[in-house]
Design a protein around this ligand. Sequence first.
Ligand code: PLP
Length: 399
Amino acid sequence: MNEKMRELGARRSAIRELFEYGKRRKAEIGEENVFDFSIGNPSVPAPEQVRQTLLRLLTEKDPVALHGYTSAQGDPTVRGAIADYLNRTYEAGVDADLIYLTAGAAASLTISLSALLNPGDEVILLAPFFPEYRVFVERTGAKVVSVPADPETFQPDFAALEAAFTEKTRVLLVNSPNNPTGAVLTEESVKKMVRLLEINRRKQGSPIWLISDEPYRELVWGDAKAPYLTQYYADTVICYSFSKSLSLPGERIGYVLVSPRAENVSDVYAAICGAGRALGFVCAPSLFQYMIPDCLGLTSDLSVYRANRALLADGLRGCGFRVVSPDGAFYLFVESPEPDAGAFAERAKGLELLVVPSDSFGCGGFVRVSYCVSTDQINRSMPAFRKLAESYGLCNRSN
Ligand code: PLP
């Protein structure tokens, strides 16, 4: 067998490990007594329009066509509808033949990375980052170069980023809004990042790809806006998913979009199709492909996350914790009161609070608290967070 694969299967990610522990613990002491903030599973239902569309498809569309294989890159009408939506919303200038439907962002990423990388290439990741990136990159034989973000703002640290480029750099992979910090790349950050990409691209004389992982694109709070990266840099590939915006993570639906201005765009799209084929994806789930045209631009009820975010951030700050002010996604990044975030998370676990230490995201000193949970869970968890803060002597600290 392949030893690397055995290892990956035998050793679950820290997030999944905690999520599984939570399930066991809930069975032991009761669901209501465990405060599970471990995983990014949307807690609000999909919009009613999703249900109505699925019912209509199931009752009106020819079932053979509905459940049959589609074109490998996805049904052309569906891809056309996505292109129209992106052109209306972001002036993306795309057509159906630059879009490849996938089984969610994870598939979009594995396909894009496989399409663009060769063994020995380097991929720059901005830490903290979604832990699966390392798995997806290393599977291609490429190497991860991790660059810490600015620890106050969680925007890129541009001096560190500049120093990370080498002649082997092929991809800069970004995620905004970010899991785990919630940070949204500002337009100023995007422009600085693009300048570095262009300088290094000229030095190398070949493209350096910007891959933008965007499952949280619509989950943005306050006045922040997530810039649409194809407008800033030609060699951009967008990995999108409906998992979070429409609360459909188990249905596995998303897409890859290649910027129309990318160098050798038709070859890049062919490589995306080739990677999808080599990885055995065949086509994205057909029922959920056909749902897309009627549901573009919709989101689940985001007001629940907005309220949860305020409640949790205020509550934790009130206990004396330092909380990063996030602009997006549904995670709070909370500074560990002791240097070892793993020890902090273990102490939290003793109070039935399940939070993920930041080490698994490639940076120490924080925990990630997912607020895609019921508002009731947040309210009921506050005495435990207060006890946790008290155990570190934090409670009356103002911050
Ligand atoms: N990228 C990031 C940053 C994520 O947080 C997740 C899931 O939590 C994914 C990708 C995978 O999303 P999907 O369910 O669309 O595969």
